[in-house]
Design a protein around this ligand. Sequence first.
Ligand code: EPZ
Length: 419
Amino acid sequence: MDKLAIIGGRPLYGEVAISGAKNSALKVMAAALLTDEKLTLTNVPQLADVDMLARLLAQHGALIDFNDGTLTLHAKDIVSTEAPYDLVRKMRASFNVLGPLLAREGKAKVSLPGGCAIGARPVDLHLKALAAMGAEIELDEGYVIAEAPDGLKGADITLPFVSVGATEHTMLSAVLAKGVTVIENAAREPEIADLAKCLAAMGAKIEGAGRSTIRIEGVDRLHGAEHRVLPDRIETGAYAMAVGATGGELTLTGTDGQLLGAALAVLEEAGLKIDETDKGLRVRKSEERCKAVDIVTQPYPGFPTDLQALFMALMATAEGATSVKETIFENRFMHAPELSRMGAKISVDGQNATVRGVARLKGAPVMATDLRASMSLVIAGLAAEGQTMVNRVYHLDRGFERLEEKLQNCGALIERVKD
Ligand code: EPZ
């Protein structure tokens, strides 16, 4: 397994082109199953997760072409309505093919995605929404077997708590349903509005995406379209925090500060100067050391859970003590013991952590069990004295496009070590 070797302590200067958002790309890709015409997506990041979903869509019958950020998907005929365990278990976003297959073909058999390192992550809300829309659902040997012989029907769906995945999956299912679907307590992440924009370009009728109530009027068919995936807000936050950890100045091109939601003000309070320019965002550090700022993770526009681990790495060398409360996932502090190996002072108590800033971290061999936690170790490594070896780089390859190249271009000493 590849590793990343980082020699820390060098400030970052230059430009980083922010990629298209992984978590939007994966949902708009599933929309390709809703039409027999071609869907062209641009600004698609070249990531292991995108390749994996493309493989699954190809298995359902989509013709795929991916070249230089442009992904065309043409599901003229659906040749299989079964999504096998091997392709779904590795990535939860694959589960989103269930609704589109059901909407288009009236039946689907999709493996349950199972839990993952950050928590149990059930899909009960997805299934309840589909059942409310008239799907007959059975669970058998780890598979969801669903049928809607007369098609899906519009329904009023109130989510008991905010779920990005359930909101998106319901949208993907409702666009071809008969009648009107209303989703209450919907997630408001920018990726939801991006999915709605793509579906609307395909002929869907959706109002309110990006707000708590989304109204979808089903249509008989969708057609081909072209859609540009929005910039990755988590990658944007990651490079901004890298500047916070190392100093220097980066221009993050092709992105926008609004996407960061509450994280923008938190980073500014911590001591980053973030200015909108015509290219994107210019990020600098105003003081030698960042200041501690408490955070609670929340659905958008709150502080994103996907930046929590990275922020803890930044706070590891801040002045003062930071309290971090994780409210979205039940097991999302696995980076804490790894950061501690580098000299961070972190105590964890259930869903709460306290980070007491130290003047300097020390490089060490470390390893994380998920994508964002791995990135927090990269940020810590960039700030630390000496060499950090981040193991299990395949996590990073799932979600950060050309990571080491982007960092090297800004002066970081980071290299992939092939095993
Ligand atoms: C999406 O996951 C993202 N993944 C996650 O990013 C992100 O952390 C999360 O939203 C929150 O922002 C993708 O977009 C591919 P949820 P998702 O449904 O949709 C519980 C990354 O690193 N829940 O909003 O799975 C769930 O267990 C990943 O890129 C149920 O109980 O998140 C969690 O505790 C990690 N039942 C909470 O809701 C359900 O049916 C919120 O999950 C669905 C969710």
